[in-house]
Design a protein around this ligand. Structure first.
Ligand code: URA
Length: 269
């Protein structure tokens, strides 16, 4: 509640203070008002190789008025049989050197949270603190993400948090195309294993990767897409919010949409 109030205060919502009904279970509620949400389908093409080779990164097909519809779509979405997070981690291996990011990284940042999470947050790539600790979103942006999660009435262990690339890009530069192409198949496998109800892309890199588009995030932020059976929404990255706090109100709207789909209570005081 305290975290929520802090975040609400940041958003300028404190005059309208909300109260939260207590959660009944440690996991995210499985009830859903999803039917109320408008969903733009994103279909996955089927070129996934058999295990242990990961599925291709550039597979989702966005069907909307502004996102490009890609070719190669299939009715069948190939997944790695009997996949698990442990298997994905071991397929990556402790010393992955598949892309140039391995040269400067300290730790591979695989992901953290509940393997049965109904909500997965996908960021861009580890920063300095994440590289040192081996855990995603533990730096300044991570603390803001934690506040956002708590503002939704959840705790970090209730959700799953991961990134498009699992090693820190030097100087926190954007991950490059070849790095994303090499690493994102493992992300796709993680999402396939977890099978969340909602995927929240934090920032353009995650959104562009999973939606297979080069369109800027502001074109589709806050809209629902269907992604391999999950509902996907893109919102601004917490690091952007640190630089541009007024955008928090837009993000809060997106989080509320997610809360509605997950049936998380928001009670007006
Ligand atoms: N930014 C990201 O995109 N991911 C992290 O894990 C940390 C900061």
């Amino acid at each position: 509640m305290e975290a929520w109030l802090r975040y609400a205060d940041d958003l300028g919502l404190s005059p309208f203070c909300f109260d939260r009904a207590p959660r009944s279970a440690p996991g995210v509620s499985s009830g859903s008002t999803a039917a109320e949400a408008e969903v733009i389908p994103v279909r996955a093409a089927a070129t996934a190789p058999p295990a242990p080779a990961p599925p291709s990164a550039s597979r989702p097909v966005a069907a909307s008025s502004f996102l490009p519809t890609l070719t190669g779509a299939s009715l069948f979405e190939e997944r790695v049989d009997n996949d698990t997070l442990e298997r994905i981690r071991s397929d990556i291996g402790p010393d992955c050197s598949r892309c140039k990011l391995h040269k400067a990284r300290k730790n591979i940042v695989f992901g953290v949270g509940s393997p049965r999470a109904e909500l997965v947050f996908v960021g861009e790539g580890p920063g300095h603190d994440e590289d040192v600790q081996g855990e995603p979103f533990v730096g300044r942006a991570g603390k803001l993400l934690t506040q956002m999660i708590e503002a939704m009435g959840l705790r970090r262990p209730d959700v799953y948090i991961c990134n498009v690339v699992k090693c820190r890009p030097p100087e926190n530069r954007l991950p490059e195309k070849d790095e994303i192409a090499t690493c994102s198949p493992y992300l796709i496998r993680q999402l396939d294993v977890i099978k969340p109800k909602v995927i929240c892309c934090l920032g353009a890199c995650a959104a562009q990767t999973l939606l297979n588009t080069t369109q800027g995030i502001s074109r589709y932020r806050g809209e629902w897409f269907d992604y391999r059976g999950a509902k996907l929404i893109a919102t601004y990255h917490p690091a952007y919010l640190l630089r541009n706090p007024p955008a928090k109100s837009e993000v809060w709207k997106d989080l509320q949409k997610i809360m509605a789909v997950l049936d998380l209570p928001l009670k007006r005081r």
